[in-house]
Design a protein around this ligand. Structure first.
Ligand code: FNR
Length: 189
C-alpha cells in the first residue's frame, strides 16, 4: 500500500488589493486546480501599515498576524499584477514587513512560486523578475520552472476561479503540480 501524500499548507499572497482583481481570480483558479495535497490560505496584506522602522519595537497587530500566518505555511504562492513594470507597493510593503525586524525574517527558507496575470502582452514578466531579485535576498527558495505569465482576457477565468478553456486549465494544473513537488522538496517527511 502506498503512503498518502502529506498535506502541505500554501499561503497565497495576492499583490492586488482590488476587489475585482484578475490576479485574485488566477489565485482562486490555481487553488481549484491544485492537487488535493495542497491546502491554501489567502494571507491578507491590505491591513498592513506602511513600513516605518519606528514601529518595529512594538509591531502593530496586523503585522504580527501577517508574520504569524506566513511562518505557519510550508510554502508561499505570490500572485501579482505588475505596476509600472515592477512590484505593486502593497506587495513590496508586505515583503518588507515579512523581513523585519532584523533577524526575524518570516519568509527565509520558505519554498515559493510566483505567477501573475495582466491584460497586457508582457503579462507580468517584468514584475516577476523584480520579485525574484527581492525574494532571493530574503533566502526564499523560488521555483524556476514552469513560469506562469498569463495574458488576461475577460472570458479566461470566472470570478469564482472557474477556468473554461482546456489549455488554460492544463497550464494551471501543471503549475500547481510543480508547486506541490517543489514544496515537498523542502518539507520534512
Ligand atoms: C497597471 N497595469 C499594468 N499592466 C502591465 O501589464 N504592466 C504594467 O507595467 C502596468 N502598470 C500599471 C500601473 C498601475 C499603477 C496600475 C493600477 C495598473 C495594468 C494592470 O495590469 C491591470 O490594472 C490589472 O487589472 C491589475 O491587476 P488586478 O488588480 O486586476 O489583479
Amino acid at each position: 500500500m502506498s503512503t498518502p501524500t502529506p498535506i502541505r499548507h500554501i499561503g497565497i499572497i495576492v499583490g492586488s488589493l482590488r476587489q475585482q482583481s484578475i490576479n485574485k481570480r488566477l489565485a482562486l483558479a490555481i487553488q481549484r486546480l491544485a492537487p488535493p495535497s495542497l491546502q491554501f490560505n489567502f494571507i491578507e496584506i491590505g491591513t498592513l501599515p506602511l513600513l516605518n522602522q519606528d514601529l518595529e519595537n512594538a509591531l502593530p497587530e496586523p503585522v504580527v498576524e501577517f508574520k504569524r500566518a506566513v511562518e505557519a505555511c510550508d510554502g508561499l504562492l505570490f500572485v501579482t499584477p505588475e505596476y509600472n513594470r515592477s512590484i505593486p507597493a502593497p506587495l513590496k510593503n508586505a515583503i518588507d514587513w515579512a523581513s523585519r525586524p532584523k533577524g526575524k525574517n518570516s519568509v527565509g527558507g520558505k519554498p515559493a512560486a510566483i505567477c501573475g496575470t495582466s491584460p497586457g502582452q508582457l503579462a507580468t514578466a517584468a514584475v516577476q523578475q523584480h520579485l525574484r531579485n527581492v525574494l532571493s535576498v530574503l533566502n526564499v527558495h523560488l521555483m524556476s520552472q514552469p513560469e506562469l505569465y498569463l495574458q488576461f482576457t475577460p472570458e479566461l477565468i470566472a470570478e469564482d476561479g472557474t477556468v473554461a478553456a482546456d489549455t488554460t486549465r492544463q497550464l494551471l494544473e501543471r503549475f500547481a503540480a510543480a508547486l506541490a513537488a517543489w514544496v515537498e522538496r523542502f518539507s520534512a517527511p
